[in-house]
Design a protein around this ligand. Structure first.
Ligand SMILES: Nc1ncnc2c1ncn2[C@@H]1O[C@H](COP(=O)(O)OP(=O)(O)OP(=O)(O)O)[C@@H](O)[C@H]1O
Length: 277
């Protein structure tokens, strides 16, 4: 079994009197696809927001481990350092692209940091230094690579806002990959996709894991995606972890069935029989 790339320990997030995430611990392993699932309001997005620095957890520790042994405690870092230094990238439940920019420009903006440092924070770019030219070419090559992998090459010059829903989701993933993350966090990547687009997404995520060695953490409601591609599934209900294991282990866990069907554990067998499970 590979080592943990991300360890979440005793994570708690309170909003006033509401405990959205309650003493949650789990690990995501390097090179694996880990899914966080659970009914609406279970606390999944809150966990993502804590990992990616959008929220500061009320309690708990989130450790990101790099292959060279370096570690980052994410709860102590601002969000821009989490993406730049800890190499954690994310996509959003509600797509957040620069809709007035072209598809290609969205991928170049994602590479702003290496481009800025190559330009010596503007001077080299203004003077057209060769080192900046090389960095710019590398950025365009990387963008072209991800456009190809996401089936968007023909749309490179179109405004991102003109893409339909499925291609917009793919562009968000391409944009995140342009930052060379070690951990890619995807918030409901299959939301709004038709079954054919979901299959294409599954292939893209498997490709990212296999060919780039990127570890993936995803929140997803679409069980065809979760059960098909995940190595490991963590199930939340009311902010508490109720199950943690392989897709087949959690699928058969009575607590998970009860949470999804909205019944008590003791009633699971009866309800399963009624719905033909
Ligand atoms: N910024 C916030 N302020 C107050 N309450 C919040 C905030 N963010 C989330 N919550 C509450 O925390 C709980 C968990 O919400 P969260 O969005 O994390 O759930 P979720 O599992 O991602 O749900 P869904 O599947 O519907 O997206 C909910 O009761 C929600 O109303």
């Amino acid at each position: 079994m590979s080592e943990a790339i991300l360890s979440v320990e005793h994570l708690t997030m309170r909003f006033g009197g509401l405990i959205a995430v309650n003493d949650l611990s789990f690990e995501a392993r390097r090179g694996e696809i880990t899914a966080v699932i659970g009914p609406n309001g279970a606390g999944k997005t809150t966990v993502f927001n804590c990992i990616t620095g959008f929220y500061k957890p009320s309690q708990g520790r989130i450790t990101m481990r790099h292959p060279d042994g370096r570690t980052h405690l994410l709860e102590r870092l601002p969000d821009f350092r989490i993406s730049q230094e800890a190499k954690v990238a994310r996509t959003f439940q509600n797509i957040r692209l620069f809709s007035g920019m072209t598809v290609l420009e969205n991928l170049l903006v994602a590479q702003h940091n290496p481009l800025m440092s190559a330009s010596g924070w503007s001077i080299g770019g203004i003077l057209g230094l060769p080192s900046y030219g090389r960095a710019e070419r590398r950025a365009i090559e990387k963008a072209a690579y991800w456009l190809d992998k996401c089936g968007l090459t023909d749309r490179a010059d179109d405004p991102a806002g003109d893409l339909s829903y499925g291609p917009q989701r793919a562009l968000e993933i391409a944009r995140a990959m342009c930052t060379d993350p070690e951990l890619l966090c995807l918030d409901e990547p299959a939301a709004g996709l038709n079954p054919r687009e979901s299959l294409v997404l599954n292939d893209l995520l498997r490709f990212i894991r296999k060919e780039h060695g990127t570890s993936l953490l995803l929140i997803e409601h679409d069980m065809s995606v979760v059960m098909e591609i995940s190595d490991h599934v963590v199930v939340l209900d009311y902010g508490i972890k109720i199950s943690d294991g392989t897709p087949s282990q959690v699928r058969e866990d009575p607590k998970v069935i009860a949470a999804y069907l909205g019944v008590d554990d003791s009633e699971v067998e009866k309800v399963e029989a009624e719905v033909g499970l």
